[in-house]
Design a protein around this ligand. Structure first.
Ligand SMILES: [Zn+2]
Length: 210
């Protein structure tokens, strides 16, 4: 497998890098100034740059299990996602933050399969995905969802809304949103169909992007 990656690297170095070297060198020398931050899942099947046809320097991508945003916490030390968000908003001054969920998300599936809300401190994944415990509760109380797959899909969408609310608990995000300098977006990508949904803030519902 590593051989395949090295072959791929050689192909990149002689192809993509050479073809785009002017832009890549300019980025290296002048620094990055992306306008968009994306919070995506670690899932290997979804690449935010590929589905939006973005190039290096355009997207500031933060990845974690189930593309979750924790609430603002002044306690604690190792806040990887929060630190990356702070850098994106306060240093890079991005104009958009997209929470990008996806279908067949293993993190959301694990959240719904838990017999009860996670006992934090015991397990890294259970503790992390407990950010979306509220979303889980709302889904488990819905009677219109016929199958586990439907519950998962609904929970993927619901947890995006939880993350959007959590984003606004960060004072420096709330301030920028209030001033109109920063916009928050909720997207969901279907791995199989290749379709993208976007949360309509007025309707409060996800609509297909066509
Ligand atoms: Zn996922």
């Amino acid at each position: 497998m590593i051989e395949r990656l090295i072959t791929g690297y050689r192909c990149f170095r002689n192809g993509y890098y050479k073809k785009n070297s002017e832009r890549l060198i300019e980025l290296a020398q002048q620094g990055q100034s992306p306008k968009v931050a994306v919070i995506a899942c670690c899932d290997s099947r979804l690449d935010p740059a590929i589905i939006t046809q973005s190039t290096p320097g355009e997207l500031f991508v933060i990845r974690n299990v189930a593309n979750l945003v924790p609430p603002y916490e002044s306690e604690g030390v190792w806040h990887g996602t929060s630190a990356a968000l702070q850098f994106a908003v306060c240093n890079l001054q991005v104009e958009h933050i997209i929470v990008l969920g996806h279908s067949q998300c293993g993190g959301i599936k694990a959240l719904l399969q838990q017999p009860k809300p996670a006992d934090a401190n015991k397990d890294f994944i259970a503790s992390w995905i407990s950010i979306a415990d509220d979303a889980r509760q709302r889904i488990l109380h819905r009677t219109d969802l016929q199958s586990f797959d439907e519950q998962c899909h609904a929970c993927e969408l619901e947890s995006i809304e939880t993350s959007l609310l959590n984003l606004q608990t960060f004072p420096w995000i709330a301030k920028e949103v209030e001033c109109g300098r920063l916009q928050l977006h909720g997207w969901h990508y279907d791995l199989e169909a290749g379709n993208l949904l976007s949360l309509d803030p007025v309707e409060g519902a996800f609509q297909p992007i066509v």
